[in-house]
Design a protein around this ligand. Structure first.
Ligand SMILES: *Cc1c(COP(=O)(O)O)cnc(C)c1O
Length: 356
């Protein structure tokens, strides 16, 4: 069996050593005689896996003592509702509209209170990350650190003037170091840089717990989950176990600081080539280029489609851009090896020679 280089935006590639460990443990985890999927989430054996996952994430991100790490369900999208339900104390929040998911988060928050757009690049098709002008009256300000669909990233965090900063970090968590103490809340769906879908990691500063709206469903209430150690109900036990293996893999490589260097190298390989290409053009503004999602076009939709098809036949799959933008997108998260990006650039060069 040959594995392909999978450039999917999510669910996306997992590191091979992680998959191989899952395979080894699948039918019987250690000497338990059962799969992790068959374990009670309250069992001692499973609790160890769970606690290790939390500890590893804290270690990798240098999470300060006064933060809680929650392992939740419902993906990042569920937090689009949970964030306002947990944090809108006076009913006002600021949102930076830097992409499709950022927009959806703001639209959802409007159902619960007054949302002020503190900066938007929507009218310019989200080709850059706008400046954030934060109102000191806001209960929080929400940003999306990496814009998965448009291939842009925040290169500097906004000055929030003491207003808690809430970040959707779904598509670049663990790809570069962040100072967690600058955030009130960080959350991320797992299926991009952590593990399987159906798991959402949430890191919350303890003083922000206990502010939830009375009608906030219990399952979305961070304080309830913090008190129950993320087990108010049955968590996504299997995804958490795979995430734990992913964290171990990342630590074995030298952690976030080490993988950042690899990510910078991978992104440079692609952007350097794109900047010189006579056929392909990068779509994000240079100063805001994502290191995780590289978006580009030929300018001719037929040629784009031909490229995506021929690349797939060569073992470079899922390069089609999001339906709202077209063109191509290469998602190169932590688990994508440098060799995969080199193979893609080589293929693009060949395609350019034949088609430019
Ligand atoms: C993928 C993604 C989401 C949606 O995640 P789900 O787990 O499908 O809810 C939200 N925000 C960002 C930035 C994403 O990349």
């Amino acid at each position: 069996m040959k594995r392909v280089y999978n450039f999917s935006p999510g669910p996306s590639m997992l590191a091979l050593p992680v998959l191989e460990q899952v395979q080894k443990d699948l039918v019987s985890y250690g000497s338990t005689g059962m799969s992790v999927m068959e374990m009670s989430h309250r069992s001692k054996m499973y609790q160890e896996i769970f606690d290790q996952a939390v500890e590893l994430l804290k270690e990798l991100m240098h999470v300060p003592e006064n933060y809680k790490v929650l392992l939740l369900q419902g993906g990042a999208t569920q937090q689009f509702s949970a964030v306002p339900l947990n944090l809108m104390k006076t009913g006002r929040a600021d949102y930076v509209d830097s992409g499709n998911f950022a927009h959806l988060a703001a639209e959802e928050a409007k159902r619960y209170g007054e949302v002020r757009i503190a900066g938007s690049s929507r009218a310019e098709n989200y080709t850059f990350v706008p400046e954030a002008d934060v109102s000191p009256e806001a209960d929080y300000v929400h940003i999306t650190t990496n814009n998965t669909i448009y291939g842009t990233r925040f290169t500097a965090l906004p000055d929030t003037k003491g207003v808690p900063l809430v970040a959707d970090m779904s598509s670049n968590i663990l790809s570069e170091p962040y100072d967690v103490s600058r955030f009130g809340v960080v959350y991320a769906g797992a299926q991009k840089n952590i593990g399987p879908a159906g798991l959402c990691v949430l890191i919350v500063r303890e003083d922000l717990l206990g502010r939830a709206h009375p009608l906030c469903p219990k399952l979305l209430n961070w304080q309830v989950e913090a008190e129950a150690n993320s087990m108010y109900n049955t968590p996504n036990t299997f995804a958490i176990y795979v995430a734990k293996l992913g964290f171990e893999w990342l630590r074995s490589l030298g952690g976030v600081e080490a993988i950042e260097k690899v990510n910078v190298e991978k992104a440079a390989l692609l952007y350097d080539y794109l900047d010189d290409s006579r056929l392909f053009k990068p779509t994000a503004q240079k100063a805001f280029r994502s290191r995780m999602n590289v978006t580009f076009v030929t300018g001719d939709p037929d040629k784009d489609a031909q490229f995506v098809k021929e690349a797939a036949a060569a073992g470079l799959v899922n390069l089609k851009g999001h339906r709202t933008v077209g063109g191509m997108r290469a998602s190169i998260y932590n688990a994508m090896p440098v060799e995969g990006v080199k193979a893609l650039v080589d293929f693009m060069k060949q395609f350019e020679m034949k088609n430019a």
